[in-house]
Design a protein around this ligand. Sequence first.
Ligand SMILES: Nc1nc2c(c(=O)[nH]1)N[C@H]1C(S)=C(S)[C@@H](COP(=O)(O)O)O[C@H]1N2
Ligand SMILES: [Mo]
Length: 202
Amino acid sequence: MLYKKPDKLKEAPDVGDRVPPGQFVTGKFPVLSYGPTPAIELDKWTIQFLGLVEKQVELDWKGFSELPWTSVVADFHCVTQWSALDNTWEGVLFRDIMDMVAPTKEAEYIVAHCYGGYTTNLPLAVIAEEGILAHKHNGKELGRDHGWPLRLVVPSRYAWKSAKWVCAIEFTAEDQPGFWEQRGYNNNADPWKEERFWPSLT
Ligand SMILES: Nc1nc2c(c(=O)[nH]1)N[C@H]1C(S)=C(S)[C@@H](COP(=O)(O)O)O[C@H]1N2
Ligand SMILES: [Mo]
């Protein structure tokens, strides 16, 4: 007789292999910001794509809304050890932004700039593969504290790379460490390798 898995077991959430080392799962969506939530007004909001691109673009909210929108489901890992699983993010895939602005051959990295002054850096290959500029989380508009109206989401890296209140993406030839990366956080930030801080600090 074939062994049949009891239904109970089949339904039990199998999250064990989805949680990186040193993380615990939370059902909440904590807020983690350095500094205050910026007061953003949608009718004055813009986003710029600049630096090493064939076509520099600045969009207002209407222009951004008219881009192709998509949703992705992904886990979110904060370096302070909480992980939020199965988040649905809705917005514009970074690869669709790249189709619009055409990064030059020299562009290897990006810097995300935010309202309020926060920055973070990523290899272009990483953000091209999985980055999304998100306006909604689990079906609702982002709360102001979570980056409304628009944040970057890069699921394969610790969440400090997922810049909230993004106002510009700069395409660069050299890697330029961002806010936390200049203050001791690991430049690569892979949660599966526990790349939390620069090796010299751990
Ligand atoms: N602009 C900006 N983006 C930011 C931050 C910040 O302080 N400012 N904090 C980062 C950190 S450390 C984390 S863990 C996530 C938290 O996102 P959340 O507050 O929506 O959970 O946002 C990241 N993006
Ligand atoms: Mo964080």
